[in-house]
Design a protein around this ligand. Sequence first.
Ligand code: ATP
Ligand code: LTN
Length: 332
Amino acid sequence: MLDNRQVSFSGVQPSGNLTIGNYLGAIKNFPYYTENYKCFYCVVDEHAITVRQIPAELRRRTYETLALYIACGLDPEKNTLYVQSHVPAHAELAWILNCFSMFGELSRMTQFKDKSAKHADNINAGLFTYPVLMAADILLYQADVVPVGVDQKQHVELTRDIADRFNQLYPGTFTVPQPIISTSGAKIMSLQEPDKKMSKSDPNENAVVRILDDRDTVIRKFRRAVTDSDSEIRVSEDKPGVSNLITILSCVTGKTHDEIEREFDGQGYAEFKAAVGEACADMLAPVQERYKELLADRGYLESVMKKGAEEAAYYARKTLSKVRRKLGFVSL
Ligand code: ATP
Ligand code: LTN
């Protein structure tokens, strides 16, 4: 709770061009909290360097991710939008929380296991302690809710455990946050391997639809999406490709799975895929238009970053001072 309002916090890594998975699973839900919560939405560049980044690309994507936040409906006047590395308190609290996080619990994190397998030549300590930095992000702002895709639920649960552990030793320090996972769209799957999550760093470009893909590209990627050998349009565990497309269409149009199954009853996959592609492209068009205007104005984006960093630092400092006092660090 801050200023008598509950707090919403979330973050997205500038580690690639954002996908409709990032949009439907997370960013689209962020503005929902704007009116009634104190909201912090962060571009988590420090998390992104747990895998190797090309500096010029990281810099460009940091601007792009911020511009996308705004283009997706987050008003910088009503939400604190900022870049993680502009607020050193994140890294500082992360160190402290490292001393309250257990090797065993970090070893069980699915994302760590997946990313270690993917980047076997670079299993660095940052990749291992990634969730501790995420806990620091959330706990610094005394967040009540954390809107994320389902893949991040485990990390928010770990954050709760760390907060509980710390609060037991030093009562009343942190708010214990709640993960908020949307009922649909929480896990959009790859269009090429529908048993895998759609991920912005997937090297197979046909597997992901990016928020900034143009209309023809969106339609083409859906046309090529992997389905199966029968022709029934229905949600089923043994039809992961078709189920994923139904989920996407449902998120985009607000129609239920049942309604979609009835609407396309008797139609072929080609017509169905074309309809999903069209609907998705229609959803993305206004976001893309706004994004282009924003990206052309770096000065404006920098002013948003600066104001956001100042606001965030104000709240972060309060929590950090409390933590330092509780731990017994000497303050000058
Ligand atoms: P990377 O491929 O670099 O690991 P990512 O695509 O998984 O990135 P993140 O920056 O880690 O994206 O995630 C930002 C937000 O988007 C998180 O809340 C995450 O849960 C959500 N998200 C990511 N992928 C999906 C997906 N396929 N479906 C639903 N939500 C997703
Ligand atoms: N770990 C998240 C990104 C992230 C985040 C956060 C999400 C970093 N800090 C705090 C919510 C709250 C990811 O990989 N998607």
